[in-house]
Design a binder for this molecule. Structure first.
Ligand code: GLU
Length: 408
């Protein structure tokens, strides 16, 4: 498996070749400010004690407090978290929000934990990190396998330790605990605004056949949003299997099936097939919404989509980028396509700090303006430099970070 941080560095090198940055800046931006590893002891329901490893990587805070989610996954390690933290710094700069980049994680399969154990683990992560996070220092959020409920346990733990109960230390909280309207669907919604802005420019039809890899927070909301807008989601998958229907899947019925059985596989309204084949279904728009390194050198030539929109972080390797570019398949990069999540997180942080509550309409209107503007800017940049959208997005983000570092 490709090391995601090596991929990130390769992306950095490839993009910065196209324009001039200060050599010192380029040297500095390849290193995180700080990498924190903690041990989290958890008393299990059966009385035994388990140890888990937790991480926080604070990559860059030139533009504002470190910002980024916390991932719970059995394969998560410090290299992955470092790559994700780097991408967060770029992502926040792409959408021009006053945040830097960070990321956290725990090496754990949360599906094997009871709710009590999960709560103990989450409170333990926050206890171990309480001196390095804070509303003006580092503001975590949800990521793969972490939920609003987990955010609320962590916010509560931080409040108990520090006395700061504003909730602004962490975003993605439940609405009743200081969460923002629209945060749950924001990643998919932001991706949809980008898609709408670029659809015609990228040669996509008015009604698109959409394939979505992953049915977690990003994927399931994307299925709903694209379907409601009149597009057809013809295939999707999760870690247990895949389902397809060329006439379009009935998404509300698929939710019910997933809720009842734990997977999209076996849904009666379609044909269950091998999840490894999901990426290669013929479609207009392919949305990877799962994990890193899915589209690689070995399979990029099998992609049969007209456009790829990355709701996952890092789903395409640099080698695969080249193959897709040569085949004329544009990739709307993660640091633009999935930036709606952190953008609405930042709205949540702002509402907590000011003790305000914005309506869902207000949140989405603000989000739309940002996503439209930055999507167009990146598209224009890619045309001006005759390059792909990822390199264009990297250049715009790095210019903003460099500027902030110079001003400091
Ligand atoms: N985990 C999400 C991401 O990768 C959201 C981060 C945040 O809201 O801070 O962008």
């Amino acid at each position: 498996m490709n090391n995601p941080f090596q991929n990130a560095l390769q992306q950095l090198e490839r993009a910065t070749k196209l324009t001039s940055f200060s050599p010192d800046f380029l040297k500095r931006i390849a290193y995180p400010d700080r990498q924190i590893r903690i041990t989290i002891p958890v008393k299990m329901d059966d009385g035994t004690l388990n140890m888990y490893e937790g991480y926080r990587v604070q990559f860059n805070n030139a533009r504002g407090p470190y910002k980024g989610g916390i991932r719970y996954h059995q394969d998560t390690d410090i290299e992955e978290v470092k790559a994700l933290a780097f991408w967060m710094a770029l992502k926040c700069a792409v959408v021009n929000i006053p945040m830097g980049g960070g990321k956290g994680g725990v090496t754990v399969n949360p599906k094997e934990l009871s709710k009590t154990e999960l709560e103990a683990l989450s409170r333990g992560w926050m206890r171990g990190m309480s001196d390095v996070v804070g509303p003006q220092k580092d503001v975590p959020a949800p990521d793969v396998n972490t939920t609003p409920e987990i955010m609320s346990w962590m916010a509560d733990e931080f409040g108990k330790i520090t006395g700061d109960t504003s909730g602004a230390v962490i975003t993605g909280k439940p609405i009743e605990n200081g969460g923002s309207q629209g945060r749950g669907t924001a990643t998919a919604q932001g991706g949809f605004y980008v898609f709408e802005t670029l659809r015609e420019k990228l040669g996509l039809p008015e009604v698109c056949r959409v394939v979505i890899q992953g049915f977690g927070n990003a994927g399931e909301h994307a299925a709903d949003i694209w379907t409601k807008a009149g597009h057809k989601v013809i295939a999707t998958s999760d870690s247990r299997g895949a389902i397809r229907n060329p006439d379009g899947l009935d998404i509300p019925a698929l939710y019910e099936h997933k809720k009842a059985t734990g997977s999209v596989a076996g849904f009666a309204g379609g044909e269950t097939f091998d999840a490894h084949e999901l990426l290669f279904q013929a479609c207009d728009l392919l949305i990877p919404a799962a994990l890193e390194n899915q589209i690689q050198e070995g399979n990029a030539n099998r992609i049969q989509a007209k456009v790829v929109l990355e709701l996952a972080n890092g789903p395409t390797t640099p080698e695969a980028d080249d193959t897709l570019f040569a085949r004329g398949i544009p990739v709307i990069p993660d640091i633009l396509a999935n930036a709606g999540g952190v953008t609405v997180s930042t709205f949540e942080w702002e509402q907590n700090l000011k003790d305000e509550h914005w309506s869902e309409e207000e949140v989405f209107e603000k989000l739309r303006v940002i996503m439209d503007r930055e999507a167009l800017e990146i598209f224009e940049k890619s045309k001006a430099l005759s390059t792909d959208l990822r390199r264009a997005a990297f250049i715009i983000a790095l210019e903003r970070i460099q500027q902030a570092m110079l001003e400091k």
